[in-house]
Design a protein around this ligand. Sequence first.
Ligand SMILES: Cc1ncc(COP(=O)(O)O)c(C=O)c1O
Length: 358
Amino acid sequence: MGSFAKLAKRAVETEAPVMVKIQELLRGAKDVMSLAQGVVYWQPPESAMNKVKEIIWEPSISKYGSDDGIPELREALLEKLRRENKLTKSSVMVTAGANQAFVNLVLTLCDAGDSVVMYAPYYFNAYMSFQMTGVTDILVGGSDPRHFIQMLRISELCKNAGSWLVVDNTYEYFMYDGMEHYCLEDNHIVNLFSFSKAYGMMGWRVGYIAYPNGTAGFHDQLLKVQDNIPICASIIGQHLALYSLEAGPEWIRERVKDLVKNRELLIKAMSPLGEDAVKGGEGAIYLWAKLPDNCSDDFEVVRWLANKHGVAVIPGSASGGPGYIRVSFGGLKEQDTMLAAERLKRGLQELVTKGMVQ
Ligand SMILES: Cc1ncc(COP(=O)(O)O)c(C=O)c1O
């Protein structure tokens, strides 16, 4: 074995990316259906893709653009934030996805040694961003929705403590059963957004930060970080984002409403785990399920489900919930979800009755 002597401790001591581990698992196993990665099955709006094809040879597409984002997109986003999110005192920076937006914020708002609070099940990449920048005092709040405090209360607590509140709105359009998404705005609040899931633009890498324009110095510091990581988000991706905005929320909601069927299929598939074992699914694209008490090694269960039953999910420990699994209902069309659900049900039935028989 080699030694880590010459590698940075902050990288070595950061968790390994769970999605990479799962992709390795998928490569090693035959015919595995994935309910693992947080993706949607659709592609960007056809009209937007066609427009992008037409501008590909324009010289500006291959040059660097403004660090903050191309002006037309920023203007359209400010209007979207005002109209849909009721954010009227925010400025916008376009990033290479919400992931990079989060890293920008960690580098802009946190010093090594600072303390942060997250709620489980958290987004594993956010946790890693803290770890690799030396923000290792990470307090994780419980995942039981009955103990969950309200956003307004969280905001108030942050304000009183002189803390920032960063809200990830990646799934703003993914709301079901009449629930509605809303944003909070104040000088201590930063909102993140993503084009990835809403417009099926995962690989185009476009997201944005809405930050308070009343906070002196925020933009100057954020700009230093942005200029050192992507310089600017992909210019062609930003144009696709701009054209996608023309398709608008209705285009997204048309697709999101069909995910309800997938969610129901997967909730049923997890019935062998017992009543009350499955939580979540009111928003976003995930279900969160408690494994039987004797299955504390959730990664082993995930490996077994993939190898023996041909279905991949995410181990809960990657999101701060050991003994759970995370199941995504966004990545497969209904027909495929049906097949994956059958496999998952068969696997969980066997797990509950006989254990992980090889
Ligand atoms: C909560 C959350 N935030 C951010 C992201 C990453 O989004 P992006 O593709 O915009 O970087 C994901 C992706 O799974 C996510 O689930």
